[in-house]
Design a protein around this ligand. Structure first.
Ligand SMILES: Cc1ncc(COP(=O)(O)O)c(C=O)c1O
Length: 482
């Protein structure tokens, strides 16, 4: 990571890249923002991007590409079978992970689909440090269940634990003793746990999990979609890794796993996905599902142009200056919000800055979708689009009861290399104003609640007229400012 000291003594994260292609942004007046969120059913997924000022919904597929990636796209070979592009991507992945076999898939959830089809049988459990929405849905769809066994700190909003994504080793031993090898489809470790604030696990923890899995003959599957952040944190926070190169850490992580899979919308700053393994039998077991669901073995549903960009992005992931930009900006934003007493998840993780909605809006019950309401309010007063990561993102139980999420978070993703420092400063300013006016924010209720992955396309309405009151207060304080 570039060590750049400032004469002023204040350290500000500094971009180790320059902007050469730009996209014009729009900041609508508040009345239009109110109308837009109403039309979107208070679901930020349903907002039109033209109505969004800073799109902090996700880091998925919206990371900025480098000049080398763009250049590589022009050499894409679009042969249906045996494309040179495939072999370039395979070579890049073999270089990074030193695993022999690579199966392409159109994105991360497609990998989860084929892995679940291959390994999960009805009644089996998949122990994991924490679930991701699509990973859980694919496992439960096949009659499997997930068991989350992170360390206790994972659920502490504010903590000094550097590795809140670690798995509880004793809990893993216990579930193996109780369910046996036959009762466990595989163990899943998610690098940079998405739903609990982009929190990393340590290499030490991964190695301990791996040792237990290998002794028990249970496959260890690693979701490395958010690997670049996790690599950065291992290097920065794990004393025994501080002198290791990013590549050495990546190789050690891969060597500990039987299978790794990823969303290329996150890892590699492009779009796509894939599965890597060093185990020939696993490769053969999974392989048949790729042409069946994804596409032929040399493209797997991906566009060849994206595959070229992904190959270059994999090499860029080994550059510490590249992968540290996101976590450093997130740390800056988190610390600025803390200065205004805004409740946020600490320590800052990868992926984005996470607002702790339950402490932000303590007057709202989780059944009124605290984080969803906060995301809606934030859009109205700033044009910033965040993502609800709380009860709305859960699946309603079969008996109709609502499974309240462990955490109610609004994730403000910072797609890699996309935002400038002044945009972060603007977002902090508006969030601070919202926090000062938090009592004006009310709850939400469903208008249309889909059964599967409801958070993506379900619609909600405000309970009462709080959105009008919030907008009126904004007008009073900001006058004719956007
Ligand atoms: C950790 C993790 N796994 C899997 C996925 C699914 O990937 P995709 O969106 O490419 O289907 C995501 C996407 O956000 C993710 O964060």
């Amino acid at each position: 990571m570039a060590n750049i000291k400032f004469f002023s003594g204040k350290t500000t994260p500094i971009e180790m890249h320059r902007v050469r292609i730009i996209q014009k942004l729009n900041l609508l007046p508040i009345e239009e923002r109110q109308a837009a969120i109403k039309q979107a059913g208070n679901n930020t997924f349903l907002l039109k991007n033209a109505d969004v000022f800073l799109d902090m919904l996700t880091d998925s597929g919206v990371n900025a590409m480098s000049n080398d990636q763009l250049a590589a796209m022009s050499q894409a070979d679009d042969s249906y079978a045996g494309s040179a592009t495939f072999y370039r991507l395979e070579k890049a992945l073999q270089h990074v992970f030193e695993m022999e076999y690579f199966l392409p898939a159109h994105q991360g959830r497609a990998c989860e689909h084929v892995l679940s089809k291959t390994f999960v049988k009805k009644g089996q459990v998949v122990p994991m440090n924490y679930h991701f929405t699509t990973s859980k849905a694919h496992i439960t769809e096949l009659g499997g269940e997930i068991l989350e066994i992170p360390v206790k700190d994972a659920f502490e909003m504010t903590s000094t634990c550097p590795f809140k994504g670690n798995m509880d080793i004793d809990a893993l031993k216990k579930v193996i003793a109780e369910r046996g090898k036959e009762g466990i489809a595989y163990v899943r470790m998610e690098a940079g746990t998405n739903l609990i604030g982009g929190q990393p696990f340590s290499l030490e923890n991964l190695l301990a999990v791996s040792k237990i899995c290998r002794a028990s003959g249970i496959p260890l599957v690693q979701d490395v979609s958010l690997l670049s952040d996790n690599l950065h944190f291992i290097k920065q926070r794990e004393a025994s890794c501080k002198d290791k190169s990013i590549h050495e850490i990546a190789k050690a992580m891969a060597a500990a796993s039987d299978i790794i899979y990823f969303s290329g919308r996150k890892l590699g700053f492009a779009r796509g996905g894939g599965i890597c393994t060093g185990n020939k039998q696993y490769y053969l077991d999974i392989r048949g599902f790729i042409p069946l669901y994804e596409g032929f073995l040399t493209y797997g549903g991906m566009s060849v142009r994206e595959m070229e960009a992904l190959a270059v992005g994999m090499y860029e992931t080994l550059d510490e200056d590249v992968i540290s930009q996101g976590p450093q900006f997130i740390e800056f934003m988190t610390n600025e919000l803390i200065k205004h007493n805004v409740p946020v998840v600490t320590p800052p993780g990868g992926l984005g800055c996470h607002l702790n909605a339950r402490d932000f809006l303590p007057h709202l019950p989780q059944t009124q979708y605290t984080a969803g309401a906060l995301a809606s309010a934030l859009y109205i007063i700033s044009g910033v689009r965040g993502m609800e990561r709380g009860t709305m993102s859960e699946q309603r139980n079969e008996d109709g009861t609502e499974p309240l999420a462990h955490m109610e978070l609004v994730r403000l993703a910072l797609p890699r290399r996309v935002f400038t420092m002044s945009q972060i400063v603007y977002a902090v300013d508006r969030i601070n104003w919202l926090y000062q006016n938090r009592n004006l924010v009310g709850g939400l209720q469903w208008l249309d609640e889909p059964k599967i992955l409801r958070f993506f396309y379900g619609t909600l309405e405000p309970i009462g007229d709080w959105q009008q009151k919030l907008a009126a207060k904004f007008k009073k304080d900001f006058g004719d400012s956007l």
